[in-house]
Design a protein around this ligand. Structure first.
Ligand SMILES: Cc1cc2nc3c(=O)[nH]c(=O)nc-3n(C[C@H](O)[C@H](O)[C@H](O)COP(=O)(O)OP(=O)(O)OC[C@H]3O[C@@H](n4cnc5c(N)ncnc54)[C@H](O)[C@@H]3O)c2cc1C
Length: 333
């Protein structure tokens, strides 16, 4: 038995989005003591759901696909646990002012009853400190020390540190410690996304459930109630396209909502009859190229995972966390 096997290794993971949760679950399975720190009051990050009294809607990730056998396995577990299901929307494409039917054969999945349900399912057996924004990290005497905005110095120290955060947030925390992360994060060039949630007292009866929109401010609209196990008022999600969102990221919320709703009118969605919420995602999409999968500095025992290191999107994020954990275990023993 070597030195490592006598004592359980500990790991702190910053960020309880799907990549942090998958990394935590796998590290725990491999025998590590794991603790997650999450700045929000709930888990799931960008796989999130906004709730009001009479509606709820997935305002981040809209659906996910599953191609890698490891992720297909995980998805099967989620489906068995009733936290994910196949979604079969009536899909259209809007291009050059024309509607075209979309006959994609792709299987699209969603969390059930909400997009954050798989994240909540993964979080069940994990130790997670919510409402903790980690704003400083330091490596001293082979141990990681954390500081949080809300609680000050975190008493416990850790053998390993994982940053499961979007590119810019990883860079802000770690660039003074691991120089390589800066170039990678800049290469990912993550962009924002303005999102409007429009809830209607009556059904709009539009001839589609979701649509990809080309050459407009908007890139996607979707009737949230078309997803399995949804309830409440008819609610539509409207995403502005990444380039426009990034260009106008500093816009006032009401001004952004007006421009997006004006653009949606052209698609038959009259937002004047709706209750409107707006959300600005600062880091919504983008990924490093070529795709590294994850990033690890074994000397400093610091690792990075997340969608931006593995092609973007939910599947890539889950795989990034899972593979980082498996790699850490393989070099640890
Ligand atoms: C508008 C939008 C639409 C999308 N549509 C799709 C889609 O249709 N299909 C698809 O597959 N993907 C889609 N995505 C992308 C998908 O949501 C992401 O790929 C995936 O959820 C990323 O997971 P993650 O764990 O890498 O990061 P995140 O989910 O961003 O998790 C990071 C977590 O870290 C926390 N955090 C940040 N800083 C700190 C800190 N200092 N201390 C503590 N915690 C911190 C955050 O609160 C967050 O919970 C979409 C994303 C957005 C925003």
């Amino acid at each position: 038995m070597n030195e490592h096997q006598t004592k359980k290794q500990s790991a702190a993971i910053i960020g309880a989005g799907i990549s942090g949760l998958s990394c935590a679950k796998q590290l725990k399975k491999l025998g590590f003591q794991v603790e997650l720190f999450e700045k929000s009051r709930g888990v799931s990050g960008r796989m999130s759901t906004r709730k009001a009294v009479d509606w709820s809607a997935d305002h981040g990730a809209q659906y996910f696909t599953a191609r890698d056998p490891l992720f297909i396995n995980e998805l099967d577990e989620w489906i068995d646990a009733n936290v994910a299901a196949l979604w079969k929307p009536r899909l259209k494409v809007f291009k050059d002012n024309q509607w075209i039917d979309c006959f994609s054969a792709e299987n699209r999945y969603v969390g059930t009853p909400d997009m954050n349900s798989p994240g909540k399912y993964l979080a069940k057996d994990l130790s997670i400190k919510l409402n903790q924004t980690i704003d400083r990290i330091a490596y001293d005497h082979d141990q990681w020390h954390l500081h949080s905005l809300e609680a000050g110095d975190i008493e416990r120290q850790y053998d390993w540190l994982i940053l499961a955060l979007p590119a810019q947030q990883s860079m802000a925390l770690a660039q003074s410690i691991d120089k390589s992360i800066e170039a990678l994060a800049l290469n990912a060039n993550m962009q924002g996304c303005w999102t409007v949630i429009a809830s209607f007292a009556e059904s709009l009866n539009l001839p589609f459930d979701a649509a990809f929109i080309n050459n407009e401010i908007i890139s996607w609209i979707c009737r949230n109630n078309s997803k399995p196990n949804r309830s409440g008022q008819e609610t539509w999600i409207i995403h502005a396209n990444p380039q426009w969102s990034q260009e106008w990221i500093a816009l006032d919320k009401d001004a952004a909502a007006k421009l997006i709703l004006d653009s949606a009118m052209k698609l038959g969605l009259d937002g004047h009859k709706a209750k409107i919420s707006i959300h600005r995602w600062l880091y919504a999409s983008g990924h490093a190229n070529p795709i590294p999968g994850f990033c690890l500095n074994a000397d400093l025992k610091i690792g990075f995972c997340g969608d931006w290191l593995n092609g973007g999107r939910v599947e890539g994020a889950w795989l990034s966390g899972h593979k980082l954990a498996t790699h850490i275990q393989s070099i640890n023993y």
